[in-house]
Design a protein around this ligand. Structure first.
Ligand code: FPP
Length: 244
């Protein structure tokens, strides 16, 4: 699949769906699907880095995922922990900076510890930003920003009329990151599932039936290629965009 290196999405965000169904189809436990999903994570991080993508956000665990059976939740947490431990050297070697968004305080203490360590150790890297959405929910993120702004109003530091898009964005988990240009969802469902609700306003959305464990570099390039065929108008007319 050919892609134009001069017109790459700066930020790609992925909803990595379909692990459970992929495993169950083979008569295996759901966790087997998540294990296969980790292998795909490694391949796609490498492909994004080599392609020159600046930010890759992966939806690894949502605020709603806490409601899953306890053994699946603990299995996912231990996969996360071992992923972070095993990949630190590779992140350092490949100039990858780790970052994370979500209610990180709700993660098990040992996951928080390895996460903080990897974020701190990779902080000086300036290549791909690998941003993991963990215990992440778009609605709670927006509520948290609204609460912070309400506090500032109460303290008299800002007025309600000072609140604009820029100020609001500065209170989101993604304050330091550009909005996603391309949002991919694997696994055949066509919904956002509480992912980057504010930030995805103008993202090009790409749905594929391929389950996350089967998602390859070529599938990523097909998504980028689809992005490159589209005209992003940001509310303007086609003529305005062509003239610009
Ligand atoms: C959705 O598939 C996937 C998840 C809830 C977890 C994603 C986690 C990983 C890919 C592995 C850990 C991540 C990292 C970054 C190391 P699903 O279980 O909802 O699939 P289903 O819709 O088929 O049930």
């Amino acid at each position: 699949m050919r892609i134009d290196k001069k017109n790459l999405p700066v930020h790609i965000a992925i909803i990595m769906d379909g692990n459970g169904r992929w495993a169950q189809k083979q008569g295996m436990m759901r966790l087997f699907g998540h294990q296969a999903g980790v292998k795909t994570v490694k391949k796609i991080v490498e492909a994004a880095r080599e392609t020159g993508i600046s930010v890759l956000t992966l939806y690894a665990f949502s605020t709603e995922n806490w409601k899953r059976p306890a053994d699946e939740v603990s299995g996912l947490m231990s996969l996360l922990k071992s992923y972070l431990q095993n990949e630190l050297d590779s992140m350092l070697k490949n100039n990858v900076r780790l970052s994370s968004i979500g209610q990180l305080e709700n993660l098990p203490a040992e996951v928080q510890k390895v996460l903080k360590k990897s974020i701190a150790e990779t902080a000086g890297n300036n290549g791909l930003i690998l941003n993991l959405a963990l215990s992440y929910g778009g609605r709670i993120e927006v509520i948290s920003a609204a609460r912070q702004l309400a506090e500032l109003c109460l303290e008299g530091k800002i007025k309600p009329t000072d609140i604009d898009e820029e100020l609001f964005e500065s209170k989101l988990y993604t304050a330091d990151l550009p909005d996603p240009d391309l949002l991919i969802r694997t696994g055949g469902e066509a919904r956002l599932s509480n992912f980057l609700l504010w930030q995805a306003s103008y993202a090009e959305i790409y749905f594929t039936d391929t389950a996350w464990p089967d998602f390859t570099r070529d599938d990523l390039f097909a998504a980028i290629n689809s992005f490159q065929q589209r005209q992003r108008r940001f509310g303007r007319t086609s003529e305005q965009v062509i003239k610009k």
